[in-house]
Ligand binder design. Structure first.
Ligand code: NCD
Ligand code: ZN
Length: 349
């Protein structure tokens, strides 16, 4: 008989946007309810580029955490060309920063202060390598003459491939990988290399953006790709290869800013993400590999212990989940699988 319930080690989310202020207060409970830890992205309106800013942001996250929750935010430092290396190293040594985040300037939401060329920060990368601090890379070129669907593949060729060879011991996470080329790179790269995969890139392809009309809520970056890429991602995620692990890239934007002349990139999936991953592994007949992907591979890469508590997943017919989250500033659309949800998650306490 098919598995109906599954108890797994409590997962972590290795790529999450929590935002700030009212949005933070509105979105944090969905993550804290299920995930033990989350790697919190630093792309606030004023990016988190100093240990001081990270400490302040972490305090605001703690304040917004529901009472009784032991959710732990892990902070990241937004790399810029003018960053103070001593502050970065001290922040990592003191356990304030867990990783550094690389945004190519102009690649995505709040990335204007990002880096204009990987080589311009090689000195910082040398430092990261020598202190063992991981770098989380948004892997897309931003050249106007490169087709938006090719940005990841071209980044691998021009930037990531050479970087991997130049800094062989640097711990690299290729964030939200979206292509077959990305999967191939991660599988065959030398040195400590891993990748996160989002639930939406596993569940929908680029047709979802044009399904009967323009669908802004299916727009994220890196943009959804062709079906053959989705298939490659599903094979990689469910394979049991420890180089691939969970990272939801849950990225809330208000509805009116997505349904807009120039709509924001980002899909908010925190309330449904774990159920979506379970559904994908179930559909691929690989439920036995789910716990590795959600709860073991990430901690192993970051040399952290796995969480102590556990989460129960239950298969059900047509799991109900609110389509929208209210905030004091407006609503945020929640990502739901196109054919309905078939797994629900609950933290065991
Ligand atoms: C993210 C956001 O809104 O901050 N958007 C997205 O489409 N994924 C930024 C990012 O991770 O690229
Ligand atoms: Zn992101």
């Amino acid at each position: 008989m098919a598995v109906e319930t599954l108890t797994i080690t409590r997962p972590d989310d290795w790529h999450l946007h929590l935002r700030d202020d009212a949005m933070l207060a509105a979105v944090l409970p969905a993550t804290a309810e299920i995930f033990g830890r989350a790697m919190v992205m630093p792309n606030l309106k004023v990016p988190v580029t100093t240990a001081r800013a990270a400490a302040d942001y972490r305090a605001r996250i703690h304040k917004a955490t529901p009472p009784g929750s032991n959710f732990k935010p892990l902070m990241t430092c937004y790399l810029t060309e003018s960053l103070d290396p001593a502050d970065l190293a001290a922040g990592y040594r003191d356990g304030l920063f867990s990783a550094a985040k690389y945004y190519p300037a102009g690649a995505t939401t709040n990335s204007a202060a990002g880096v204009t060329g990987m080589r311009r920060i090689y000195r910082l990368l040398d430092l990261l390598q020598s202190i063992g601090m991981p770098i989380l890379i948004h892997g897309e070129v931003v050249d106007k003459d490169v087709d938006v669907f090719d940005r990841e593949a071209v980044f691998i060729e021009r930037v990531l491939g050479p970087l991997r060879l130049d800094l062989p011991a640097l711990k690299i996470v290729f964030e939200h990988v979206t292509t077959a080329e990305g999967v191939d790179f991660v599988e065959s790269a030398s040195g400590p290399t891993a990748a996160t995969i989002t639930p939406h890139h596993l569940m929908i392809n680029r047709n979802a953006m044009f399904d009967g009309g323009l669908r802004p809520h299916a727009y994220c970056l890196p943009v959804l790709k062709r079906e053959r890429h989705r298939r490659a991602l599903r094979a990689a995620a469910t394979s049991g290869n420890p180089r691939f692990f969970i990272g939801t890239d849950s990225a809330p934007h208000l509805r009116n800013l997505k349904e807009h002349d120039c709509g924001c990139a980002g899909i908010f999936n925190a309330p449904t993400a774990l159920g979506c991953y379970a559904q994908v592994f179930d559909e691929e007949n690989r439920l036995e590999n789910l716990e590795g992907f959600t709860s073991h591979h990430g901690p192993a890469f970051y040399s952290l212990p796995v969480n102590e508590s556990r989460v129960v997943l239950t298969r059900a017919v047509d799991v109900q989940c609110p389509q929208e989250l209210s905030t004091s500033m407006g609503t945020v659309r929640v990502f739901l699988p196109p054919g309905g949800m078939s797994w629900r998650a609950r933290l065991l306490i």
